[in-house]
Design a protein around this ligand. Structure first.
Ligand code: GDD
Ligand code: MN
Length: 360
């Protein structure tokens, strides 16, 4: 007799869905979570992998007790090493080829775990639970917490083009393939999804809205110290792009000042126009080859876009520095001050326009 599982051997009972749950002091939550997952996955093959960092409240023992009645396994780590690396360690031992990542505190609705897993089984590379799409939301958040969360998302989208398609790039509730998650090197303590989108480059992404509820018990492990960790993670994942961009800009000032010096017999308005044009071009070449080398944009189109994007900054520089020279400032200092006037606008336009993703 033909059964459903024999029709699709890869997804038969031998390849369960692995739900990865990092825990630190979640002894009161792990039982209700596992029970809710068991109801949600009824009739499906699944396992729960709890990755516990030696929680002093005995979470690991609570999970081991659950293993007598439910498909629960426990990975024990010697000390608190962070959510992100816990999830990767869990993925390494996962039995299934589809993994779901979620918190232990029931802030992520267990009934959606099979929905995320199913999206990956049906061909998605990544399925993300999102708070910021119609049907999703947060419960019980202060305005300031919402503001922090939104600001974090905007920063991620600004620095990481891979995060731009996601409405909730900070989400800690998602499903992907084991092969992706187990190969990741975490670049931060908490935001493993950013590592997933940058390091695995999923092409088919599905979003599933959910309501982020208040914690069932215990306290959040996210503190103010994590903000610095988060910013460092964004910079690492971006390949330190803002610093590279600044270094290229500094080299451009050197090029321009050298031209002003070489043309010291030429009137400032003409010398400055040449200095600006040549340094714009050397900046573009260096940014294309280094700062944004992962984004192959065409030479001529890029050069023209770079001019368009820098027009405001260059014009500001030109006007400010000419005025300063007329007022008696040395041309070298005037040029430098002019550059400062145009810098902020240039950076924003380059990130969002010149080196933004080409759809072709
Ligand atoms: N193993 C391990 N090690 N687990 C940890 C650690 C750690 O160092 N730190 C936290 N956890 C566990 C918690 O026990 C919990 O199960 C889960 O990771 C999330 O921690 P919370 O303290 O509940 O974080 P949160 O609710 O503020 O934020 C979570 O949800 C957000 C929205 O999806 C995180 O997943 C965020 O990254 C996410 O943005
Ligand atoms: Mn939580």
């Amino acid at each position: 007799m033909r059964t459903d599982s024999s029709a699709d051997p890869v997804r038969s009972a031998s390849a369960p869905i692995s739900v990865l749950v990092p825990t630190y002091n979640e002894a009161d939550n792990i039982g209700p979570l596992v029970e809710a997952l068991d109801r949600a996955f009824r009739g499906m093959s699944y396992e729960v992998v709890v990755i516990d960092d030696s929680s002093p409240d005995g979470t690991a023992q609570a999970a081991l007790n659950l293993a007598e009645r439910y498909p629960v396994r426990v990975v024990m780590r010697p000390r608190r090493l962070g959510l992100s690396s816990a999830v990767v360690d869990g993925a390494r031992v996962a039995a299934g080829d589809v993994v779901v990542v979620m918190d232990a505190d029931l802030q992520h609705p267990p009934e959606l775990a099979p929905v995320l897993a199913q999206a990956v089984l049906s061909g998605a590379d990544l399925a993300v639970g999102t708070r910021y799409k119609r049907g999703g939301g947060v419960e019980g958040w202060s305005i300031s917490r919402l503001f922090m969360s939104k600001t974090a998302a905007i920063l991620a989208k600004l620095l990481l083009p891979e995060a731009r398609p996601l409405s909730d790039p900070e989400s800690g509730f998602f499903a992907t393939r084991k092969s992706c998650l187990s190969s990741i090197k975490p670049t931060g303590l908490y935001k493993i999804l950013l590592d997933v989108v940058v390091q695995c480059k999923p092409s088919r992404v599905v979003e599933v809205p959910y309501i982020f509820r208040p914690r069932r018990a215990g306290r959040s492990k996210l503190g103010f110290g994590h903000i610095a960790d988060y910013l460092a993670q964004l910079l690492r994942l971006s390949g330190w792009r803002p610093f590279k961009f600044a270094a290229v800009g500094a080299s451009g000032i050197g090029v321009a000042e050298a031209i002003l010096y070489a043309l010291r017999e030429v009137d400032y308005p003409i010398a400055a126009a040449l200095a600006i044009e040549v340094s714009l071009t050397t900046n573009f070449v260096l940014n294309r080859a280094w700062t944004f080398r992962d984004r192959a944009i065409p030479w001529l189109k890029g050069w023209l876009k770079y001019h368009a994007a820098n027009f405001a900054g260059a014009a500001a520089n030109y006007l400010v520095s000419n005025a300063l020279v007329l007022a008696g400032t040395s041309r070298y200092l005037a040029y430098f001050l002019g550059v400062l006037a145009g810098f902020a606008a240039n950076y924003l336009l380059s990130e969002l326009y010149v080196f933004g993703r080409d759809k072709a």
